[in-house]
Ligand binder design. Sequence first.
Ligand SMILES: Cc1ncc(COP(=O)(O)O)c(C=O)c1O
Length: 450
Amino acid sequence: MNDPGNRSKRPDTPAGELVTDWSTEAIVARRDRYYAASQRKFVPYDTPLIFKKGRGQYLWDETDRRYIDLLGMNVCISAGHAHPAIVAAATSQIEQLTHCTTMFYHPVPAHYAEELAATMPAGHDWVVHFTNSGAEAIDLALMMARSATGEDNMLALRTSYHGATYGAQSMTGISGFRHNVNQLGGVSFVPEPNAYRGIFGDNVEAYLDEVDAAILASTSGRLAGMLIEPVQGYGGIVEMPQGYIAGAFERVRAAGGLCIIDEVQSGVGRTGDSFWAFEEHNVVPDIVVMAKGIGNGIPLGAVVAKRDVAESMADKFLFHTYGANPVATAVGRAVLATLRSEGLQENARVVGAALKSRLLELKNKYPVIGDVRGKGLMLAIEMVKDRKTKEPDADTTARVFDRSRDEGLVLSKSGPHRSVLRMVPPLCLSLNDVDVVAEGLDRCFALERS
Ligand SMILES: Cc1ncc(COP(=O)(O)O)c(C=O)c1O
């Protein structure tokens, strides 16, 4: 179907009467026809999966089949799909005033800035710049670090992911996300301290020596900063080991650089033990980047920085048209309140531990599972052809992934070798869901043996 637009159904009518064609063929054909190649590419299944509705941790396709959303729509859904309190906050603000440009004053974004600043380590003066996405916030953090230090050199980690814009992509250490264009200069990559398959295993000091070596060999000796995800997301759920972030930050500060944490995936209580994952590492960053889960599905990002760092950009304004939008920030406030009132960080800790122990049982049963890792509701299983050589097994990963859909599970294939199944569901996942997930995955792996 080359022209999916059913012209007789394309009315010149008010928005309330717009027709949406829900037939599978038309949905697929229209998207294939009108999306640019760059946005068309990112589809996980051969047969398209169409979603119509979400509630809590569940999704429904267009035939009303229910799925557990273990992907949380790419880690965006923190408090649950269509959470009534969050929908109410958005609706009420959208009815009052849908946008208020930052040239004027509105109380909601400022309240939210105050509430976000309060989540940061005490004893520092935090300020907030709102954006619409994670990559935009990463770009701003990069610019801020360079502006505040007057230096250019940045360190980033291999197997990191920080976003799709020019700046964020240049800081991303996975080739699959780096387009074949001239990336921004001044970024050096250091080995990721991945205890399972990193080049130095779990030897934290050896990875820190590589930070020293990179500063010595690939920079002027002076740094603008270093960017770290406390738990790498698209890298395949790689937790920074204890001592690494603190050690790296010490070296970065000695070279005059700023310490930047990317909490876009790991934040808002997902890891269970703390609200921001960096808090588990006894460090105080200079800049924290956040997005995804803070908006529970509404486009919202933020850079939270120490005042003196942010102040370096005071002589010119930086205008994100929709940054500090009252609807998005009303949602942000409702998300924070809901996470607290429903104890969702604690739920992530408890339910995540239960899910991890079920995944470890699967590892005992199926040799193809080389590693189970992560914490809270940020978990992964990695498939290998051989547990000794740890050769990544992308084929088994793809088959298990395809079958998990038939079990009513939405997962994600991840990692630089596409050999990792990542689980990052809404933080309201229940213990009952854990049974469904574990039993479904068990059947998917059992079919590998038959
Ligand atoms: C860790 C991390 N940082 C930054 C980003 C970029 O966020 P966005 O896609 O909202 O631009 C992502 C997106 O997946 C991410 O996972």
